[in-house]
Design a protein around this ligand. Sequence first.
Ligand code: UTP
Length: 293
Amino acid sequence: MKAVIPAAGLGTRFLPATKAQPKEMLPVFNKPTIQYVVEEAVASGIDDILIITGKGKRSIEDHFDRSFELEYFLKSCGKDEDLKEIKSISEIDADIYYVRQKKQKGLGDAILCAEKHIDGDPFAVLLGDTITQSDVPCTKQLMDVFGKYQSSTIAIEQVSEGKIERYGIIKGSEITDSVYKIDDMVEKPNIDEAPSNLAITGRYVLVPEIFDYLEKVQPGVGGEIQLTDAMRSMMRSDEGRFHDVYGYLFNGRIYDIGNTVEWLKSSIEIALKDENVKDELTEYLKELLKQRI
Ligand code: UTP
């Protein structure tokens, strides 16, 4: 299965940090966000990754390319561990391709840019600004559910009332452990119109028929071409069972890096798992909280 990573958005929720650098390159602890995303795809067994980029996103390509000067410098000063780490990024176990989205018309439009590369097979979508943490990679969990139902499967998570207006929200019923059959979905609803508290969270395995619906869908919330709207019209068409969409209540942690508080939480939680910094950081956080309480 191939993966598509949309990373062309403007990142307006994170200005001014994203004025001159891609949101997908913001570091989470010690790595850029998109490196976690690519690593998740590779850990899920995917070896063909298409990143949707756009204006001002060149640093994403540079990050996954070789840097001969840096490698030479690290080698000459005997920094072998750093050298190994730097080389492992450009030698990652997958072919990475790029296509540019010319105008930021929304997530649905970004995915449409992948149609030619995907070439008629089911594919995974991993949002370039969303990180997941779990024992079994989130995309692998979705691929397993897809394997069982042979229909589009998307990751969902329970969100608090305050967060409902930020996400696509599903209406559906649980048919077996953590798997929901989706009846409807709505992008960024008002709290009183939300059909549930189950949010669509940035990981999808989609059937290629989705492209037909993305081509037809009209701009929705925010004037953008919304993937949620295309999935909704695909579900409502009466052209066979492949157009069902399932939700999988993901077993793990998801961070939307485009949101400043979530970004901070992700860095802290991931740093707290690192042997080299966890003790110092824990002490610092304890002290800080003591002063604040
Ligand atoms: P978001 O809606 O969170 O991204 O899209 P955004 O538009 O950059 O963010 P804000 O709301 O202005 O802060 C989720 C993912 O889809 C990509 C983004 O780069 C992000 O990784 N995206 C979004 C595109 O590739 N193209 C678009 O036109 C919109």
